[in-house]
Design a protein around this ligand. Structure first.
Ligand SMILES: NC(=O)c1ccc[n+]([C@@H]2O[C@H](COP(=O)([O-])OP(=O)(O)OC[C@H]3O[C@@H](n4cnc5c(N)ncnc54)[C@H](OP(=O)(O)O)[C@@H]3O)[C@@H](O)[C@H]2O)c1
Length: 184
């Protein structure tokens, strides 16, 4: 997959455990209090256009700041979003509008359904792997494994390891992957 100069970069940011668990049908993260990952997330998405599924958007309600541009995906035709979010019924429409506005990078912030939809258009993934096994409340939702991502052409180009500290009680790694793309 190659990326043209003026094409939008669609990236995905996600946190998973050692089984690639990332959430559940009942909502909420399977873990809490991993401040190191929150700092990383906030820093990466600062000032960017962010796209979420309607469920994740509602979990994040009130979190968005004036420097974020939130896009929300829903199948509802009459969805009234808060946080000045732009509402879309297809990811293709969201990408097209962002491209028309000259947005450089749009970051997919989950959840599982939207990661799945966005995967074929994405050329960059920033994945936090928490070095532990968590249990989801409800039906677990998973992100594709590194092995699956490799078969889709993603290659790791950077890895940061964090030993346990007061900001992350368990060790964790942040793994940066991309597919052929000229604008990382
Ligand atoms: N670990 C992480 O990094 C991370 C990040 C984000 C979220 N999460 C977790 O992920 C879980 C939520 O994920 P989820 O998969 O249940 O929900 P989600 O992806 O956040 O949202 C799903 C909603 O998106 C809309 N949607 C789905 N497919 C669509 C399509 N083809 N076109 C238009 N809209 C579409 C639908 O909204 P309507 O029902 O309104 O039609 C659907 O109910 C939670 O546990 C959350 O905490 C984890």
């Amino acid at each position: 997959m190659t990326k043209k100069e003026n094409q939008l970069l669609l990236s995905m940011i996600v946190a998973v455990d050692n089984n690639y668990l990332m959430g559940s049908d009942l909502g909420g993260l399977p873990w809490s209090g991993i401040e190191r990952d929150k700092i990383h997330f906030r820093k990466y998405v600062e000032g960017k256009t962010l796209i979420t599924g309607r469920k994740t958007f509602e979990e994040m309600k009130g979190w968005f700041q004036s420097h974020h541009t939130p896009y929300v995906l829903t199948q509802k035709s009459d969805y009234q979003a808060t946080d000045d979010a732009f509402v879309f019924n297809t990811i293709e429409d969201a990408i097209s509008v962002a491209e028309q506005k000259g947005v450089d990078e749009m970051v997919v912030c989950g959840g599982a359904e939207i990661y799945r939809l966005a995967l074929k258009y994405s050329s960059k993934i920033i994945m936090t792997i928490l070095d532990s096994y968590f249990k989801a409340q409800g039906k677990p939702k998973y992100f594709p494994s590194i092995e699956e991502l490799r078969t889709l052409g993603f290659k790791e180009y950077k890895r940061e390891k964090f030993m346990p500290s007061d900001q992350n009680q368990i060790s964790m790694s942040i793994i940066w992957l991309n597919r052929d793309c000229n604008k990382i």
